[in-house]
Design a protein around this ligand. Sequence first.
Ligand SMILES: *[C@@H]1O[C@H](CO)[C@@H](O)[C@H](O)[C@H]1NC(C)=O
Ligand SMILES: *[C@@H]1O[C@H](CO)[C@@H](O)[C@H](O)[C@H]1NC(C)=O
Ligand SMILES: *[C@@H]1O[C@H](CO)[C@@H](O)[C@H](O)[C@H]1NC(C)=O
Ligand SMILES: *[C@@H]1O[C@H](CO)[C@@H](O)[C@H](O)[C@H]1NC(C)=O
Ligand SMILES: *[C@@H]1O[C@H](CO)[C@@H](O)[C@H](O)[C@H]1NC(C)=O
Ligand SMILES: *[C@@H]1O[C@H](CO)[C@@H](O)[C@H](O)[C@H]1NC(C)=O
Length: 388
Amino acid sequence: MVGPKLVATMHWASVLIIVGLCRVSLSQYDDQYEDMAWLQHYLRSQSSSYSYSPYYEDEVPPYSSYSYVPAGSSVGEPVPEPPVSRECPQECECPPNFSSAMYCDSRNLRYLPFVPSRMKYAYFQNNQIGAIQEGAFDNATNLEWLALHGNQITSEKMGKKVFAKLKNLERLYLDHNNLTKMPTPLPRSLRELHLAYNQISKVPSNALEGLENLTALYLSHNQIHEIGSNLKGLKSLILADLSYNQLRRVPDGLPIALEQLYLEYNHIQTIPDDFFKVSPKLLYVRLSHNSLTNEGVSPNAFNASNLLELDLSYNRLQKIPRVSTSLENLYLQGNKINEFTISSFCTIVDIMNFSRLQVLRLDGNELRRNNLPSDAPLCLRWASVIEI
Ligand SMILES: *[C@@H]1O[C@H](CO)[C@@H](O)[C@H](O)[C@H]1NC(C)=O
Ligand SMILES: *[C@@H]1O[C@H](CO)[C@@H](O)[C@H](O)[C@H]1NC(C)=O
Ligand SMILES: *[C@@H]1O[C@H](CO)[C@@H](O)[C@H](O)[C@H]1NC(C)=O
Ligand SMILES: *[C@@H]1O[C@H](CO)[C@@H](O)[C@H](O)[C@H]1NC(C)=O
Ligand SMILES: *[C@@H]1O[C@H](CO)[C@@H](O)[C@H](O)[C@H]1NC(C)=O
Ligand SMILES: *[C@@H]1O[C@H](CO)[C@@H](O)[C@H](O)[C@H]1NC(C)=O
């Protein structure tokens, strides 16, 4: 039903008549009017009063259920002017006991409400927001968390440098949107960047530059072909998730602090010799569902590391690659392995030299149980699960 009807006049090229509508009606907006509508909405949002709901321009034919009121007059219940520090867009909730947070999630919003400058936490997730207007966050420089996931934001409708002024932003959630490009520039203060489930195909060389505090980068479920040396300089990065993309090559250099690297579901064919050497802290690597062959994997690629867990399942390996004795979990199921080479785990076996492997999966290969060599128990003395 139609909510409180309020009319205001605004100047944007021409005078526009703007009619407030209640939330339920948002889904009836026609796509063709969206472009102008968000602009007006933003203009409205910038005015200090939050007594309106989203808007139309007057050229838009009115829907029969909404009545227009002549410009300049105002009808409906009088809305008291809130004190400045209590500013809150009408479509959102700003809890009185938590004055730096605004909750605007899951309410069918099509436009981004204005963010009052006191906000540190802004939640816009799970709406139908399609655009981020130029300058949308220019006054919200205190923002630390910005949740925009689960919307329909496209790169074309994202204003230039919208995040540039957010000098305190630590977490940016933009996953599950319709982005085709990396948003740039990103605030250097970022600690977590969530961009999974978009349609990003390229990561330009400057896209992640200077993000010295970034610890977690989520870029899975995109269409990235090449990541180049973009990760290398991210000196605080601990987790990089690039799974479910179109990568043909591993990243060119890894960050020094990296502990978790997720590259499953790509088209990676090769791993260079020193790939893992540069990341002494790397513990968890997932490379399942790629196109790795023994020819493509450098013989000592996995031995030159302190990895605890390595997932190489569903590739095209014919031999068990050499791994370090510190590895604890190795997943090799769904390959073409036809020989159980104990030398992949141990070159010497004695009291000190043995594999710390606990779980080894080799099912779905071309092995039989009686392929297990007789010296396997000595080398793999810690193994609790060996699946063949
Ligand atoms: C921007 O913030 C300042 C105070 O930080 C405030 O005075 C001003 O009204 C805000 N601008 C808008 C458009 O709300
Ligand atoms: C604010 O109040 C609500 C209920 O009135 C409560 O559930 C919530 O935990 C409070 N939040 C804080 C930060 O005190
Ligand atoms: C965004 O992507 C979803 C799913 O891929 C699609 O249904 C929707 O139409 C897209 N929206 C826009 C605005 O491109
Ligand atoms: C990174 O984090 C440190 C420590 O919290 C902080 O002092 C520094 O300003 C941050 N860097 C940026 C670019 O925000
Ligand atoms: C792994 O590397 C170490 C030292 O670099 C070497 O001694 C060991 O034999 C290698 N392990 C395998 C299984 O080749
Ligand atoms: C084997 O054990 C010796 C000590 O007995 C140690 O110095 C050497 O590094 C070990 N080699 C491997 C490959 O673990």
